[in-house]
Design a protein around this ligand. Structure first.
Ligand SMILES: Cc1ncc(COP(=O)(O)O)c(C=O)c1O
Length: 366
């Protein structure tokens, strides 16, 4: 029997092959490959999809986060509260921009815990960065209130939550700046690297556009030390094709998640829950098991690949040893890192594949 992989990007391509091919050929024949009409057109369409006003395409999600942190003018010593259980890019965005990451614990839905945000606020806190991890929005009603009350900037890391709503608002439109990754495996994935920042503030987006292009808004006039991080014309054109199908793509993932919800019945496993008022778009379908490593090996033996998002929380990585946040200081984050497991969930997953995954999970004995 074939191995079931954690993702099948080929199926995501096949689904809209003709449209992708047309877009790619249009760009190839255009003679214009960086910062042109395709990027502008995608930026406009993406801002409108999120329900925000302005958008700047970037080379990847990390740069969107870094430039967002620079746009709010983080100064050395400024603290940004960020969830402990995130992909390390969220944290690097803060530190590359010169800020100090301060970690908060997650709630039972894997989003940053608003109570812990409040506990971590100091007189040096400048901003909160929320991460809508796995595709489920964080507790945005409480978090926006906390930011207002303490005059903190709010940056959203939406790398995993394209199109996910909390209430009537789409993630990315709550904060001062919403940041996105279009890494190929994301729900809105490119065919290479890509990212974007959205905002209701023209000023922030102008600044990000200046910083993404060597600190120049006008050719050869450099106002600041910037970087080179642009969403190229090919990726923008291909992303726009996929953007046009987001409703269908999200629906497909929700159906696949509903199947897992009903088919997985092993009491040794904790299935993902959906926060009240929020929509989960299932970038990942993440289960928990006290005996996670044994479960992962068991599934591998049955030809089912899985991944851990993420095995080493950023505060325990060598990169952030300098912060001095010791093991044991974020017990919930550390527990999740030992227990979480992402099972196959992708565009084009078949019912047979899902049944094999669910049967294997149900026959696992902890
Ligand atoms: C939560 C989160 N933040 C940021 C990133 C960084 O995005 P990129 O890989 O496009 O730099 C990713 C994905 O890779 C992510 O999952």
């Amino acid at each position: 029997m074939d191995e079931i992989m954690t993702n099948r990007l080929d199926r995501g391509f096949e689904k809209y092959r003709t449209e992708f091919e047309e877009a790619a050929l249009r760009v190839l024949g255009s003679g214009w490959y960086i910062l042109g009409k395709e990027c502008e057109s995608f930026e406009e369409a993406f801002a409108s999809y999120i329900g925000s006003r302005y958008c700047a395409g970037t080379g990847n999600g990390l740069d969107a986060l870094t430039l967002a942190c620079r746009a709010i003018k983080l100064e050395p010593g400024d603290e940004v509260i960020v969830p402990g259980n995130t992909y390390i890019a969220s944290v690097m965005g803060i530190s590359i921009a010169g800020g100090t990451p301060v970690f908060a614990e997650p709630d039972e839905y894997y989003g940053i815990d608003p109570d812990d945000i409040e506990r971590k606020i100091t007189d040096r806190t400048k901003a909160v960065m929320v991460v809508h991890l796995y595709g489920l929005p964080a507790q945005m009603d409480r978090i926006t209130d906390i930011c207002k009350k303490h005059s903190l900037k709010l940056i959203e890391d939406c790398a995993q939550s394209h199109g996910a709503h909390f209430g009537d608002t789409v993630t990315g439109a709550f904060g001062d700046i919403g940041c996105f990754s279009f890494y190929p495996s994301k729900n809105l994935g490119a065919f290479g690297d890509g990212g974007a920042a959205v905002s209701a503030s023209e000023e922030y987006i102008k600044r990000i556009k200046m910083l993404r292009n060597y600190g120049s808004a006008q050719r050869y006039v450099n106002e600041e030390v910037g970087i080179n991080s642009r969403l190229d014309e090919m990726q923008a054109a291909l992303l726009k094709v996929r953007l046009g199908h987001m409703a269908e793509l999200i629906e497909e993932k929700k159906k696949a998640a509903a199947f897992y919800d009903s088919a997985i019945k092993n009491p040794a496993l904790i299935l993902p829950k959906v926060r009240e008022g929020a929509e989960h778009v299932y970038h990942q379908y993440v289960i928990r098991c006290a005996d996670r490593d044994k479960l992962q090996a068991y599934l591998k033996d049955k030809g089912i690949a899985t991944i851990i998002h993420y095995p080493i929380p950023p505060h325990l990585s060598k990169a952030y040893a300098y912060l001095g946040v010791k093991e044991g200081s974020l017990p919930v984050t550390e527990k999740y890192a030992k227990e979480v497991l992402s099972i196959p969930m992708y565009t084009g997953i078949t019912r047979e594949e899902q049944e094999r995954v669910a049967d294997a999970l149900n026959s696992f004995e902890a």
